[in-house]
Design a protein around this ligand. Structure first.
Ligand code: NDP
Length: 249
């Protein structure tokens, strides 16, 4: 297979694609010839990014927990050959300080949105005989996280969900995999560091074998491979892009 054509001509939606890891994924896919739709609640930033991406990139301005609007935007801007469920919000509170509302909010964006997106996008993939579902989990979903019990529950659920989707859809030429980042230098991580200070930053770096933060581009490079035609024999996997964090734990 010609490497330069591994993604050319495909269409993709990237949730939470305006910033951080999602923005890097949108840029990378577009650079490899994918028509990208950026689903995010920050339309102004997303518009600038879509212009930078070119290649027919579009913006779907949506709070992803508004499932009715989400579904109608997928119908308008799809169909999609590649779905990257990337949007997520984290948590910085011990379980005893966590309310039922926190539980519902964290589950809603980190997990239920994936349900809505997958439901709305699978029929096209099944009919066309090709599809790539790339879900962005977290090492917290494999290892647990102090101060992130609900976030970890959602991300752990995402891993099991993804494996199940892989099992049910292999016969349609669809793969489903979870990429699990370690600490990646994004606005989300920088907010956590503002709260936790330099000590938290050092602890995050030291939790990896690489002893550094990862870059959004390093995650995006992995997503581009997993989403490509080249990666058809990889499905149901949980792949760390975490500087060896899982090994170091
Ligand atoms: P960022 O917060 O930097 O970017 C996420 C984007 O998604 C933002 O534009 C955000 O908007 C948007 N978004 C969040 N919730 C919604 C929503 N309900 N509707 C629409 N848009 C929404 O996050 P990262 O790039 O760091 O994280 C991306 C993914 O990677 C997440 O799933 C995260 O859990 C995961 N991850 C990140 C790690 C890291 O260290 N950065 C580590 C492990 C996993 P807004 O800014 O308004 O919230």
């Amino acid at each position: 297979m010609d490497m330069s054509n591994r993604l050319r001509g495909l269409s993709a939606m990237v949730t939470g694609g305006a910033k951080g890891i999602g923005a890097a994924i949108a840029r990378r896919l577009a650079a490899e010839g994918v028509r990208v739709a950026i689903f995010d609640r920050n339309p102004n930033i997303a518009e600038l990014l879509a212009r930078e991406c070119g290649n027919g990139a579009s913006v779907a301005a949506v709070d992803l927990t508004d499932f009715a609007r989400l579904r109608s935007l997928i119908a308008e801007q799809g169909p999609f050959d590649i779905v990257v469920n990337n949007a997520g919000v984290d948590q910085h509170a011990f379980f005893t300080e966590t309310t039922e509302d926190d539980w519902r909010r964290l589950l809603s964006i980190n997990l239920e949105t994936v349900f809505a997106v997958t439901h709305a996008t699978l029929p096209h993939m099944q009919a066309s005989g090709f599809g790539r579902i790339v879900n962005i989990g977290s090492e917290a979903g494999r290892l647990g996280s102090r101060g992130g019990s609900v976030y970890s529950a959602a991300k752990g659920g995402l891993i099991a969900f993804t494996k199940s989707i892989a099992m049910e859809n292999a016969r349609y030429g669809i793969t489903a995999n979870t990429i699990v980042p370690g600490p990646i230098d994004t606005p989300l991580l920088r907010r956590a560091v503002e709260e936790g200070g330099e000590k938290l930053l050092k602890a995050m770096e030291n939790a990896t074998l690489a002893r550094r933060l990862g870059t959004p581009e390093e995650v995006a490079a992995t997503v581009a491979f997993i989403a490509s035609r080249e990666a058809g024999y990889i499905t149901g996997e949980t792949l760390g892009v975490s500087g060896g964090m899982g090994v170091a734990a």
